[in-house]
Design a protein around this ligand. Sequence first.
Ligand SMILES: CC(C)(COP(=O)(O)OP(=O)(O)OC[C@H]1O[C@@H](n2cnc3c(N)ncnc32)[C@H](O)[C@@H]1OP(=O)(O)O)[C@@H](O)C(=O)NCCC(=O)NCCS
Length: 157
Amino acid sequence: MIRTADISDAENIAAIEQESFTHHPWTKAMFQSALADPLYTFYVYEQEGILAGFACMKDAGEEAEIEYIAVAKPFRRRGIATRLLNALISASVEKGAQAIFLEVGAQNLPAVALYEKHGFTRISVRKNYYGEGRDAFVYQRILHKITHNAHRTMHNE
Ligand SMILES: CC(C)(COP(=O)(O)OP(=O)(O)OC[C@H]1O[C@@H](n2cnc3c(N)ncnc32)[C@H](O)[C@@H]1OP(=O)(O)O)[C@@H](O)C(=O)NCCC(=O)NCCS
């Protein structure tokens, strides 16, 4: 089940972030502050009371930026990231965004596959973005063309 995250989720969110990434830009305190900030849209996916994944997006007017999508290891490949991503897309459409952006490690094949499967287009490469030899791909999805699909997907959640 997807629900909006609240500040009490910060600890579990930070734990999933720790096991999911080698590069950790956000501390638990940063998650707490973003959870309290209306510019961020935060969802968690719960399964039988366990927090299995989370997604976070920053609203920037006509643009939205996905900051994180992560799923705890035992829950991967069950469609949870897909549900979280569709929820973020629907929320960004509702907020009036025209496009959604994100950065992902060039070697992060699961995430690259996830975003490409969901209509994101690679628009640039940021060399050494995550450290020496670790490039980032920047992806974009234009939203105004797919508004109806995004809403239909959300209704299927
Ligand atoms: C990337 C990640 C979020 C995917 O979560 P998930 O819940 O397993 O993804 P889903 O089950 O919704 O998969 C959707 C699609 O993503 C792609 N995908 C997901 N995991 C994959 C893998 N290990 N290898 C290849 N493709 C993969 C596939 O296209 C998949 O569709 P399919 O199952 O029909 O083939 C998860 O692996 C993760 O948390 N990774 C660490 C954190 C991270 O890198 N986040 C993304 C950057 S912000």
